[in-house]
Structure formats: structure tokens, C-alpha cells
Design a binder for this molecule. Structure first.
Ligand code: V47
Length: 366
């Protein structure tokens, strides 16, 4: 241990000792690491925590997405996916088409379907309750991980129900977990600027807290690399860590890099891969109560995903099977995201880890 400290600049000794001893760091320490720590130190500390949590394993799953529509009532500045109804790039899947897509996975070994789309005025809570029920009839063994907190808030409010009532209806129809989208950045001023029509940060957190209390676990995301600063990023992580202390209901945190193609923030450009790795490593270090950190491969691309495994990520998401357009429409390298199990295992092994297939709750799949 003392040998390692000779390689660490002295001003990082105290915080490094804390982290290596398994102690929690403060917001000030998180900010100092994000602003100033050498990359090699961030990698060392993040990997140390990752290995305490998941040893030599890195997880993946077999999944597909359903994105029923991209016609959305909300117009967020960073979004490349949303299109007006009369755009040639807009789509709206009828129920039959959605169920036909689900049926394609009937005899497959897929374990999760991730459903998110847009907030569309014609589709409310009861539509989605019925949709989940029908999907579960077709794919009873598959976990339905569906609807960002923003979509949930909107459909449940529109139905005039409390969050508890709405979420219980969805749970009873087969909702198994909630994805992490819609969190964007919790700082109220930045949020108002980039996605002012979405529900507030407090409400996003309330949806997840209520879900956790009802036994529905979830993920959390943070959209970074636009107009926010490092202070906003640490504040976002702190609010997630506080909620996780109360409920323990988050499975994974997923940092999402802002991609610039065809949206209202395009002129900002994108942050570097170095910055991606800093955000990832500090997230792993700061969120000491999150069991998993996901390097979402359709967003980073395959090479950066492999690099991310040396900065604390222990999950790369899944096979996807070219069923999501959110990131390809935003300019990600993967224009038709799809990976075989062999592809995913080779990425993980190439980073020096042991691949492990998981279900939506990180139980190993035989
Ligand atoms: O909330 C939208 C982001 C999110 C852009 O829970 C953009 O397992 C970058 O939540 N550049 C939706 N990001 C996706 C999401 C997600 C993804 C992977 C795994 C999980 C999970 C959840 O996509 C949105 C927003 O933050 N997004 N547009 C863009 N131009």
C-alpha cells in the first residue's frame, strides 16, 4: 500500500486513503477528484471499489428495446430523437406492431425488454397497463423494464392517480423495473434551461423513491457534457446517493454522454473521452451505495466501453439487437446497435475481466 502512495500526489493522499478504506467521500472531495485528480489515480480508486463490489466479473444481458413513438409533447434541447408528428423521421407504432416486435423474441433467450419512448397525448396509463399485460402474455419470462420517471409522472398524473396507485397498477400488470432515463441533470437552473417541460428533479426522485418503496427497483442516469459544470454533476450524484441511502432500490447508475447530432444544443460539441472516463470513475467512487455502474455501449461505442471497464464500470448493458434509435439519432458511432454474446464477452475479456450474463436484477443467468 505504501508503495502505491509514492505514486500518488500528496494532496490526494487523504482522500485516497479514505476511499481505499471504504469510507464515504464528501461533495468537496468528489469535486476535487473530478477537477484535479490524475487519470491514473481515478482509474485505481474506481477499479478498487468496482472489484470490492463485483470482483472480477463484468455483467451483460440479453435484451431488446421497444420505442413505441418519438412524437413527444416535450421539446428538450438535447434530444435528437423527438420529431414533430409531420416529420418524415417521426414514427408511431400501433399496438399490433409493438406486439409483433415482442413476438419475435418468443423462443429466444432474451431476459429483458426496455420500453421507453415519448410522452404522447393519445396514450395514457391504462393503455400502457394493457400493453404490459399483453407483452407479458407473449414473453412471461422476460422482465419488462419500462418508462422513465418523466413518462410515469405524466401518465399517472393524467390518470388522476397518486404515484402509489399508478405504480401499483403497472406493477400488477407486469412492470418489473424502471429504467434510469429522464434524470438529465438535477440542478434546477440547468434543468429549466435544457428540459423545462419535464417534471422537476424533486418529482423524478419522488417517482423512484415511491417505486422502491413498492418493491420496484430502478436505474438512475445523468446526462452530462452539455451546459452543466462539475459542481452540478457532483450535486446530481449526491442527490442520488441520498435517495439510495433511504431506499436501496437502485440497481445501476448510467452516466450518459450528451451527443450532438441534430438537436438544439449541437453547437456546444461533445466532451472528450478523457472527460467521459473522469465522470465515470468519480461516479463509481462517489456512489458508494450503488451496486453497479453501467458503461452503456450504444452511447460510448465499443472501444470506449472497453476502456470504461478500467475506470470502474462493471456492466455494459446488452445485445440490443438494433432496437433502439435514441443514440444513433444523436450521432453515436453505432448506427445499428447490436452485439452477440460472443462480441460482448470478447470486449469484457479484452479488458481483463470475466463476463457474466445477468438478469435485470444482476442475478447470474445460467
Ligand atoms: O433521458 C436523449 C438521453 C435518455 C440525448 O436504465 C441523450 O438501463 C445523449 O435513460 N445525447 C434515455 N443522451 C436513455 C436512458 C437509458 C439508456 C440506457 C440504459 C438505461 C437503463 C437507460 O437518453 C434520456 C436522455 O438523458 N438522451 N437525447 C442526446 N442527444
Amino acid at each position: 500500500m505504501d508503495q502505491i502512495f509514492k505514486l500518488i500526489p500528496e494532496r490526494f493522499h487523504a482522500v485516497s486513503r479514505k476511499i481505499l478504506n471504504g469510507e464515504r467521500i464528501t461533495e468537496e472531495e468528489g469535486l476535487m477528484l473530478l477537477n484535479q485528480a490524475p487519470m491514473s489515480l481515478l482509474a485505481l480508486l474506481a477499479v478498487n471499489i468496482k472489484e470490492k463490489k463485483s470482483g472480477e466479473y463484468v455483467y451483460y444481458n440479453r435484451n431488446f428495446h421497444i420505442e413505441p413513438t418519438n412524437i413527444c409533447m416535450f421539446d428538450c434541447k438535447f434530444c435528437s430523437y423527438r420529431k414533430p408528428a409531420d416529420s418524415p423521421e417521426a414514427w408511431f407504432m400501433e399496438t399490433d406492431e409493438i406486439l409483433e416486435l415482442a413476438s419475435r423474441y418468443k423462443d429466444s433467450s432474451v431476459t429483458e425488454v426496455h420500453i421507453v419512448g415519448a410522452v404522447h397525448e393519445s396514450r395514457g396509463l391504462l393503455y400502457y397497463v394493457n400493453l404490459i399485460r399483453k407483452i407479458k402474455e407473449i414473453l412471461p419470462q422476460v422482465t419488462v423494464k419500462a418508462f422513465s420517471a418523466v413518462e410515469l409522472d405524466s401518465m399517472i398524473m393524467q390518470a388522476g392517480l397518486s404515484l402509489e396507485e399508478g405504480l401499483m397498477l403497472l406493477k400488477n400488470s407486469g412492470l418489473g423495473a424502471i429504467p434510469g432515463g429522464g434524470a438529465e441533470i438535477f440542478d434546477e437552473t440547468v434543468r429549466l434551461d435544457i428540459c423545462g417541460e419535464k417534471c422537476s428533479s424533486a418529482r423524478w426522485l419522488e417517482v423512484h423513491e415511491t417505486a422502491h418503496k413498492l418493491g420496484i427497483s430502478s436505474n438512475a442516469t445523468m446526462l452530462y457534457g452539455h451546459i452543466e459544470n462539475n459542481g452540478h454533476r457532483i450535486n446530481h450524484l449526491k442527490r442520488l446517493r441520498d435517495l439510495q441511502d433511504r431506499t436501496g432500490g437502485f440497481n445501476a447508475f448510467i452516466p450518459l454522454k450528451y451527443r450532438k447530432l441534430n438537436n438544439s444544443l449541437s453547437e456546444i460539441g461533445e466532451v472528450s473521452v478523457t472527460e467521459d472516463m473522469r465522470v465515470l470513475a468519480v461516479s463509481r467512487i462517489f456512489l458508494d451505495n450503488f451496486p453497479h455502474i453501467k458503461a452503456y455501449w450504444p452511447m460510448y461505442g465499443k472501444n470506449t466501453t472497453q476502456l470504461a471497464l478500467n475506470f470502474g464500470a462493471d456492466d455494459i448493458d446488452g445485445t440490443i439487437d438494433d432496437t433502439t434509435k435514441i443514440y444513433s439519432m444523436a450521432g453515436a458511432e453505432e448506427t445499428k446497435p447490436s452485439m452477440t454474446v460472443a462480441d460482448m464477452e470478447s470486449i469484457i475479456e479484452g479488458a481483463g475481466y470475466i463476463p457474466r450474463e445477468r438478469d435485470s436484477f444482476y442475478n447470474p443467468v445460467k
